[in-house]
Write a protein that binds this ligand. Structure first.
Ligand code: FES
Length: 279
């Protein structure tokens, strides 16, 4: 039996699919359990999404329980303090705004009806946009036990992928080949795209919920792998996956965790740990 590696990234750094627009109420915040935290996700009539910590920095009200969101601000349901989409407090009722009143927010993008959030250090911005531009298609979701790395290894192994390598011009993408010659690519820490013979590109998204569970989203009817992850091993893949582990890395060397060569708005941002998102 192959022993799983002793160390895995606790919550890998990069883009993850966290919700679908069709599931979100417009103008309200809903609970979101990802990255080991209680978060809130909202969607506006103007087509913006927001992922934020669910605890109000004033007196700790749950923003996912009655919080409102529009294209300018987030409003806490308890005392109606307001926050920008960048997390800055813009109104503290009738009082002065405390310097420390700030919401943690996660960089978020909506792509084809899919909401992506970038998991990194507080304030860290991605170097590139989400890795898969087309988020449309029928999908179904299920929870699976384990770490994203192990679940991805299980998916690769079930597809018959025995080995592979990082893509030469995009080191945040890893490519293997199935026994029937199809390319199977892993984009960033949580997305698998299979290039089918008929030209379709079904996608699997793997998102960490907590330390023991991941949410798997299957787009366009991909049959989910059923391999016991701990019994599969792809040492080259596991070694590549370490690039999304920032737990012991210097703050100034983030992986891009996005599609190479795309020049979206996030791709033009500076990726500096500790940078405050634009409000
Ligand atoms: S607890 Fe949120 S405004 Fe008071």
């Amino acid at each position: 039996m192959v022993e799983p590696p002793a160390h895995r990234p606790p919550f890998p750094v990069g883009w993850f699919v966290v919700a679908h627009v069709a599931d979100l109420p417009v103008g309200a915040l809903a609970p979101l359990a990802v990255f080991g935290q209680d978060l809130a996700v909202g969607y506006t009539a103007g087509g913006r999404a927001l992922v934020t910590h669910s605890v109000c920095p004033h007196l700790g009200a749950d923003l996912a329980a009655g919080g409102r969101i529009d294209d300018d601000q987030v409003v806490c349901p308890l005392h109606e303090w307001c926050f920008s989409h960048g997390g800055a407090c813009t109104s503290a009722a009738d009082g002065p705004i405390p310097e420390t009143a700030r919401l943690r927010v996660w960089p978020t993008e909506v792509v084809g009806g899919t909401v992506w959030a970038f998991n990194g250090r507080d304030g860290e911005q991605p170097l590139a946009p989400p890795p898969v531009p087309d988020g449309s298609g029928e999908f179904r979701t299920e929870e699976r036990p384990g770490h994203p790395e192990d679940v991805l290894v299980g998916i690769l192994a079930s597809g018959g992928v025995a080995d592979g390598a990082p893509v030469a011009d995009d080191p945040d993408t890893w490519e293997g080949t199935t026994p029937d010659g199809r390319a199977l690519r892993v984009h960033g820490p949580g997305t698998v795209v299979l290039r089918s013979a008929d030209g379709a590109s079904p996608v699997i998204h793997v998102t960490p919920v907590d330390g023991f569970t991941v949410m798997v989203r299957l787009v366009d009817g991909v049959p989910l792998a059923d391999v016991e992850s701990s019994r599969a091993d792809l040492p080259g893949f596991r070694s590549w996956y370490r690039r999304f582990d920032r737990s012991a890395a210097p703050a100034r060397s983030p992986a891009r965790s996005g599609r190479s060569g795309r020049a979206g708005s996030s791709g033009r941002r500076q990726a500096q740990a500790g940078e405050t998102p634009a409000d």
